[in-house]
Design a protein around this ligand. Structure first.
Ligand SMILES: Nc1ncnc2c1ncn2[C@@H]1O[C@H](COP(=O)(O)OP(=O)(O)OP(=O)(O)O)[C@@H](O)[C@H]1O
Length: 263
């Protein structure tokens, strides 16, 4: 096993404003003998403007963590503090309404705002422009490619005006080329809007391509075991030797966690 890149001490930049704080968070599904402890005493902070990628074996509680931060479920113990920030969640499946146009799908996210119909439409088109889908507003989802549909989902997430973007393997179903393009777009938007991003992936290179930090969870119950700061200059390339080198080191640690679970 290679030496750790860093032990698990939080590598968040000093003085940065915390956007998401998990303190001693545990999640138990069910009770008694049949209960499943999905997360165990997790401490994690994501700063505003920080991009954090979460890696871990299948079933270690990554999606559980996102759903707790999104407020879809409550922790069994511990505290999650967002300090009033708005959160949006994006999944591997874009989950668009097939009977609505692309623009109307994004407009759905704008309904909470006090905008009239015309303003909503104009705003939706701006968000579609942001993800390079200007001109596709009147199409239906089935007329778009998988990558374009994920762009619509991203536009819809951004339209929610959130400060925190939670992404659960959002590009997992896409081909490598499309994924690369979406990495570039996501990185640009993240920077422009100073978002805090918590991004779940199984793809170690993707984590190193995107993350300011890569956080490794143990096998179930998920605990933060290591926190790898990635200080490579941006934009990075998934196929660069530097990304590959760091990804290989992190993969060694991930493999140790996966093997521990398999025993
Ligand atoms: N609603 C639920 N009820 C009961 N158990 C659940 C529920 N949601 C998740 N679990 C269990 O909690 C554990 C963590 O699941 P979770 O989906 O968070 O893991 P994950 O790391 O996202 O997995 P994967 O990488 O395979 O998507 C798993 O054992 C799962 O079976």
């Amino acid at each position: 096993m290679t030496a750790p890149l860093t032990e698990h001490t939080e590598s968040r930049p000093e003085g940065a404003t915390p956007a998401v704080r998990l303190a001693g968070v545990s999640k138990m599904y069910g009770t008694g003998k049949a209960g499943i402890l999905a997360l165990d005493n997790v401490d994690l902070t994501v700063a505003q403007g920080e991009f954090v990628c979460l890696l871990g074996a299948s079933g270690c509680g990554k999606s559980t963590m996102l759903s707790l931060v999104a407020g879809l479920d409550a922790p069994s113990a511990g505290k999650i503090d967002l300090d009033g920030r708005r959160v949006s969640l994006m999944f591997q499946e874009p989950a668009l309404f097939p009977w609505l146009t692309v623009s109307a799908n994004v407009e759905m996210a704008l309904r909470a705002k006090k905008l009239d119909k015309r303003q909503r439409r104009a705003s939706a088109l701006e968000f579609l422009d942001m993800v390079h889908l200007g001109g596709f507003g009147d199409k239906r989802p089935h007329e778009l490619s998988g990558g374009m549909r994920q762009r619509v989902a991203l536009a819809r997430s951004l339209a929610q005006d959130s400060d925190v973007l939670l992404m659960d393997e959002p590009f997992g179903a896409l081909d490598a080329m499309t994924r690369d393009l979406l990495h570039d777009e996501l990185e640009r938007i993240w920077r422009e809007r100073t978002l805090a991003v918590l991004f779940v992936t199984h793809n170690v290179r993707e984590a190193v391509r995107l993350g300011d930090r890569v956080v490794l969870l143990s096998s179930r119950p998920g605990k933060v075991v290591q926190d790898f700061p990635v200080t490579l200059a941006r934009p990075r390339r998934t196929d660069s030797t530097e990304v590959a080198r760091i990804a290989a080191e992190i993969t060694d640690h991930l493999r140790t966690e996966v093997v521990r679970h398999a025993r």
